[in-house]
Write a protein that binds this ligand. Structure first.
Ligand code: GLC
Length: 465
C-alpha cells in the first residue's frame, strides 16, 4: 500500500515541474501561488517522509545464547513475537554450545577485545561478578529503577547486584534436584531417599533384584567441567562443609569437605551404584541414560522434568523428583544455577537491547518458557499465580527445591577457582588421587589465587552508561 501511494505522489510531482510552478506563480494571484507552493512543499515532505521510513534499515540486534537443554521452540516463538511488535529491530539469534565453560571462553576472548558484534547475551549465574568487574556489562539500574528486581528470587539477584547497581536480569533458574524411578521404588515398597546412605541402599536393593543388565543406580555430572563443581559442592555441603567461609578462609581440607568428596567417589567405588562412565557424563549424558530407563536415580537440573514427562517419553508418569539427599547430620543443599540476560557494554544499541532484555524477562515471557519449555522462572510471583500453575503444574513442585539453592562462591575470581576445583575434584572421583590429597592440592592452588594482587576494577574507569 505504501509503495503505491509513493508512486502516485511522484507522478503528481513529475507533472508539475518547478519552472512551470514559478511561471504560474507569475500568472496567478499571489494567494493561489502560495497555496500551490505550500502543497508542493507538503508533497515533497510527505514523499520524503514515506521514503525515509521505508529506506530506514531496521537495526540489527544480535542475541547470543546457549543451546538450551530444554525445548527451544518457546524461545523462538517469543522472538518472533518480539520481531512482530518491533519492526524497527531485526533480532538475529546466535547460538553457542550449551557448555558453560565453552561459552565463557568465547565471551572472555571476545569481550576482552571489545567485541561489539553482539548486543544481548545470556550469562551463567557464576560469571556476573567477573564480567561486571571487567567492565563488560552495561549497567541496567537506570532502566530498571530502584525496585526493578523486587519481584525476583533473592539468590540470583545477589549475583547480578553490586553496591546497589544491577548489571543483568535473572532469566531462568536452576537448582540441583534428585529424579527417581517412582515405578521401581513402588515395586519394591521403597520410599524416596532423604539421606545419601538411603540412596545407596535403595539403589543396591533394586539393582540386586532387577534383571535389566544395563540398569545402574545413580547417574550425575562427573565429567571434568563446571557441572562437576556443582555436584561436588552439593556433596560437600550435605556434610556441612564449604569451599570458603564468610571471611574468605579456605575450608577444603576440613573433615566435612573430605567426607563429601569421599561420598561422591564411593558411589563409583566401593559402592558401585554409579558406573565409571559417570566421570565423563554431563547433564545430557545423564539424562539420556535415565530417560532410556537405565538408571534408578539421577541428579540433574529442573529442565529434565518436562522432557521426562512429555507425551513421547517412555518414562512419562513413572518418575518422581525430590530434594537432594543430605547426610546423617545435614540436609541436602542444591547448587544454585541459572542464566541471566545482559547487555554487552560495547553494544552500539543499548536502548534497543534493553527492549529485548525487558521483553524476554517479563512475566509473560517467563510464564511461556516455563509452561512450554520447562525453564523455571526467576520472578517469585509466577510460582503462586494460579494461571501459571495451571499451565505448568511442576511450578509448585519445584518452588521449595529452588528456594533452598545456595550459590557457588560469589567472587570475580570464580572461574579461576572453578578451574582448580574441576581438575582436583575430577582426580578424586576418578580415583587418580586420594581424596585428601586432591583437596589439599586444590587448597594450595586456591590460596595462591586469593593472594593475587588484584588490579583496580576496570568498570570504574570505563565511561558511564
Ligand atoms: C546449568 C546451570 C549453570 C551451571 C551449568 C553447569 O546450565 O544453569 O548455572 O553452571 O549447568 O553445567
Amino acid at each position: 500500500m505504501q509503495a503505491a501511494g509513493r508512486d502516485e505522489c511522484s507522478l503528481q510531482i513529475d507533472k508539475t515541474p518547478a519552472h512551470e510552478l514559478l511561471a504560474r506563480r507569475h500568472r496567478q494571484p499571489i494567494s493561489v501561488g502560495f497555496l500551490q507552493l505550500g502543497i508542493f512543499i507538503g508533497l515533497i515532505c510527505c514523499l520524503g517522509c514515506v521514503r525515509s521510513r521505508q529506506d530506514e534499515e531496521p537495526v540489527k540486534l544480535v542475541f547470543k545464547h546457549p543451546r538450551l537443554l530444554s525445548r527451544e521452540e518457546p524461545l523462538h516463538t517469543l522472538l518472533d513475537q518480539f520481531r512482530h511488535a518491533h519492526p524497527h529491530i531485526q533480532v538475529q539469534e546466535e547460538v553457542l554450545p550449551s557448555s558453560s565453560d565453552q561459552q565463557h571462553l568465547f565471551y572472555g576472548t571476545n569481550l576482552e577485545a571489545g567485541a561489539s558484534d553482539f548486543d544481548v547475551f545470556a550469562l551463567d549465574v557464576i560469571w556476573a561478578p567477573e564480567f561486571r568487574r571487567a567492565g563488560w556489562l552495561y549497567e541496567l539500574t537506570p532502566y530498571l529503577g530502584p525496585d526493578g528486581l523486587a519481584d525476583f528470587l533473592a539468590g540470583p539477584v545477589q549475583t547480578v547486584t553490586h553496591e546497589g547497581r544491577v548489571y543483568a536480569v535473572p532469566w531462568f533458574l536452576d537448582a540441583g534436584v534428585l529424579y527417581y524411578r517412582r515405578d521401581l521404588l513402588d515395586k519394591y515398597g521403597l520410599a524416596p531417599p532423604h539421606t545419601l546412605a538411603e540412596l545407596t541402599q535403595t539403589a543396591q536393593l533394586i539393582l540386586a533384584k532387577e534383571s535389566n543388565p544395563r540398569l545402574t543406580g545413580f547417574v550425575w555430572q562427573g565429567k571434568q567441567y563446571e557441572g562437576l563443581v556443582c555436584v561436588a559442592l552439593e556433596l560437600i555441603r550435605a556434610y556441612g562443609g564449604e569451599v570458603l567461609d564468610a571471611h574468605g578462609n579456605l575450608l577444603l581440607s576440613q573433615p566435612a569437605a573430605v567426607a563429601g568428596i569421599r561420598a561422591l567417589r564411593a558411589f563409583i567405588a566401593p559402592d558401585r551404584i554409579s558406573p565409571p562412565l559417570v566421570t565423563t557424563a554431563d547433564e545430557e549424558t545423564a539424562r539420556y541414560i535415565f530417560a532410556r530407563g537405565d538408571a534408578i536415580f539421577m541428579r540433574n537440573w529442573p529442565y529434565a522434568w518436562a522432557l521426562l514427562a512429555a507425551e513421547d517419553s517412555p518414562l512419562r508418569g513413572r518418575v518422581g523428583v525430590i530434594a537432594l539427599p543430605g547426610s546423617a547430620t545435614h540436609p541436602g543443599v542444591p547448587t544454585l544455577g541459572g542464566w541471566h540476560l545482559a547487555i554487552n557494554r560495547f553494544s552500539p544499541h543499548p536502548d534497543l537491547a534493553w527492549e529485548l532484555v525487558s521483553f524476554l524477562t517479563s512475566v509473560e515471557a517467563q510464564r511461556r518458557l516455563a509452561a512450554a519449555g520447562g525453564l523455571k522462572p526467576t520472578r517469585v510471583a509466577i510460582y503462586s499465580d494460579p494461571h501459571a500453575r495451571q499451565d505448568d503444574p511442576s511450578l509448585a513442585l519445584f518452588f521449595p527445591l529452588l528456594q533452598a539453592a545456595r550459590p557457588r562462591p560469589v567472587t570475580p575470581f570464580y572461574l579461576m577457582f572453578s578451574q582448580v576445583l574441576q581438575g582436583e575434584f575430577s582426580a578424586a572421583v576418578t580415583g587418580i588421587k586420594p581424596v585428601e590429597v586432591a583437596l589439599h592440592d586444590a587448597e594450595q592452588q586456591l590460596k595462591r589465587i586469593l593472594a593475587l594482587d588484584v588490579p583496580e576494577e576496570r568498570h570504574a574507569q570505563a565511561p558511564t552508561n
